[in-house]
Design a binder for this molecule. Structure first.
Ligand SMILES: *Cc1c(COP(=O)(O)O)cnc(C)c1O
Length: 364
């Protein structure tokens, strides 16, 4: 019987997704497994260990602290840090991580550090902005970097960019512009670099939508966890996570009584209300409730009612036969995190990465 809120991770599904993605890639296209944000809620260290067993040679995280956790969990493979901050560069070196350099300031600071430490051939990656306008060197900065700066202490392993709408139906003029801009980046690099770095552009949806642009590597996150941002592509994958919790109390409320903070729900008839030990502190936000968002109990559907509390939420049990201890499913393989997210007007990424670490992780 389920004792508390838990996220059950199906490692066979993880293996299925890994194999599925790998099968879409040429043999010499590297798969960079993105395990940032705790491997999209599943637990960074554990998932990285599993992926390493499956053959993953390259990992990526967003911030330095996430990579340190992986090193401390004995992950020996390459770890790329997408968004290192100026104050984190010492730790990058201390833990032998591979920083992505995305501004000239970061490049300068890192070069200085390498010089101070008398290091040579330190592996780095360069991020170029091709239209997402989030992070990355402009074309001008890239030329300045390649032409004017002494980069002999670095080994530029890869130069990449990121698509802003890789899941949109083709043809997509914006994505095409980004692809064209990246072609110019590649040409610029070829003009200045005697030894070519690897080039990459695609995230998960990109692998499904633009396999012809897989280049030397792809950076896949959400697809490893079972989603590719289009129903048709999702069919090839298996959601790895199930979020469930037990009913911890059942109230019988009379018609006219109310439930939860600020009288969030009022019974229009005598009702049974189930209390579930998971709330907005766990990542089930206040956009749910008031009839937005359902849960599954013994194969039936019950609505979330009233305001979601910090540690708990309430559901209207209607005539569902259940008891204290009965498992309530928020999402699983059938009603997926993407479905649950859509009812709350968000995306699978936000629901998965928002799951608090206090939710018990169980692997099977
Ligand atoms: C998060 C991230 C990815 C992975 O994206 P998915 O859509 O989850 O596959 C790839 N590249 C960069 C730069 C990222 O920040």
């Amino acid at each position: 019987m389920i004792q508390e809120a838990q996220l059950t991770i199906d490692l066979n599904s993880l293996a299925h997704n890994y194999t599925c993605l790998r099968s879409k890639l040429k043999e010499d296209t590297a798969l960079i497994a993105v395990v940032k944000a705790n491997a999209y809620g599943a637990d960074g260290a554990r998932i990285a260990q599993e992926l390493a067993k499956l053959g993953t040679k390259h990992f990526a995280v967003a911030y330095t602290a996430e990579a340190v956790v992986l090193r401390e969990a004995n992950i020996k493979e390459d770890i790329m840090v997408f968004y290192p901050q100026l104050g984190q560069l010492e730790r990058i070196i201390e833990y032998q991580l591979e920083p992505v350099l995305y501004t000239l300031e970061i490049v300068k600071a890192f070069l200085l550090l390498l010089k101070q430490k008398n290091l040579k051939d330190y592996p780095v990656h360069i991020k170029c902005n091709t239209g997402l306008n989030r992070i990355g060197l402009s074309q001008e900065d890239l030329i300045f970097f390649l032409k004017e700066m002494d980069t002999t202490s670095m080994h530029i392993k890869s130069i990449y960019s990121h698509l802003g709408a890789s899941e949109n139906p083709k043809p997509c003029p914006f994505t095409q512009q980004q692809i064209n801009a990246f072609e110019i980046v590649k040409q610029t690099v070829k003009d200045y670099c005697p030894i070519l770095p690897k080039f990459h552009l695609l995230n998960s949806s990109g692998v499904f939508n633009y396999p012809e642009h897989q280049l030397d590597a792809v950076r896949v996150g959400i697809a490893l966890y079972g989603f590719a941002n289009q129903a048709e592509w999702d069919l090839e994958l298996r959601p790895i996570a199930k979020l469930s919790a037990p009913i911890c109390q059942i109230h019988r409320v009379k018609k006219g009584e109310n439930v939860g903070y600020n009288q969030g729900w009022k019974a229009t008839q005598d009702s049974r209300i189930g209390i579930i030990p998971i709330g907005h502190a766990d990542g089930i936000g206040r956009q749910y409730g008031h009839g937005v968002g359902n849960v599954q109990i013994v194969g039936r559907t019950a609505p979330i009612v009233g305001n979601v509390c910090m540690d708990m939420l309430m559901i209207d049990l209607g005539s569902i036969r259940c008891d204290v201890g009965t498992e309530v499913i928020l999402f699983d393989k059938n009603t997926t995190a993407a479905d649950f997210a859509a009812t709350g007007n968000t995306i699978s990424y936000e629901i998965l990465t928002g799951l608090n670490s206090r939710i018990q992780r169980v692997y099977q």
